[in-house]
Design a protein around this ligand. Sequence first.
Ligand code: SF4
Length: 313
Amino acid sequence: MLRVGLPRALLYHKYHVLWTTFLHECGFGTVVSPPTNRRILERGVALAVDESCLSMKVFLGHADALTGRCDVLFVPRHESYERGEQLCVKFMATYDIVRNTLPDLSLITYNVDVHRGVDERRSMIAMARSLGVRAGVARRAHAHAVTAHHAHEVELARLQQSVAEAPRQGELRVLVVGHSYNLSDRLIGEPILAYLRALDVEVFTSDEVDKAAARRTASAISPTMKWRYNKELLGAVDLYRGLVDGIVFVVTFPCGPDSLMSEFCSRRVTGIPMTTLVLDELFGEAGVRTRLESFVDVVRERRRREQLKDVNP
Ligand code: SF4
């Protein structure tokens, strides 16, 4: 059985259900790299050019960690899902970056670029066919994978929404806004979410918001934003700003789309405290904790004053 390696980074965190369901139903085995650790990060930093964002460095570390553990490495190339939208240039380049950085690895890929008439379904089926999978099997695998992926996304959004509409569990509520590959990363996002919870904060994330609704509502903040995944983050801010007491942006250095997005929000979303954590490979946990503690103090004080105003208007 062909063993397909999946780096646990970048779009794996968004599409793991789609990809693993599809690959398994096509008859392949999958090997996923371990959660990010310091060794993986250091290896990624050593392999990447300095200008890469931290998230891409992490991806290269994961690709390298799969060397010798799989027969082929799965590295899709994503450009656009809908007309008028674009993905960050890194997703267009990931395949070529890995091919040039780790030339000894065998890669498989599929493209998504609706502007050139290449959609996800056709492209994934073509990839499977090139590996010897029968057309009917590949078509069925794709249909099942899409169903499983949507069910997973809908369930995540439903669960978070039901908590948001229920009475508060913690003293404060904070929305953490960042790409799934940053928020779900063991070294980057997970410690931030865990520390906020340790400060008695009820945490919501942009990753568990209805993505289609978020993309539609993003134009309320920026009608011209083109990057699909940043539209989802902007939309999450719009959908949740009335339900939380503060917003934390998690950005990896030097990410252009995210810097622009957090700047947009700081200018156009008013009446709610916001802070931005920009992380690079040198970030220290103590510094991040101090920033979060200060932010939570500000949010808590603001909420206390609002509650006093409600009692003594
Ligand atoms: S959106 Fe930002 S963090 Fe994500 S891949 Fe592009 S540059 Fe990196």
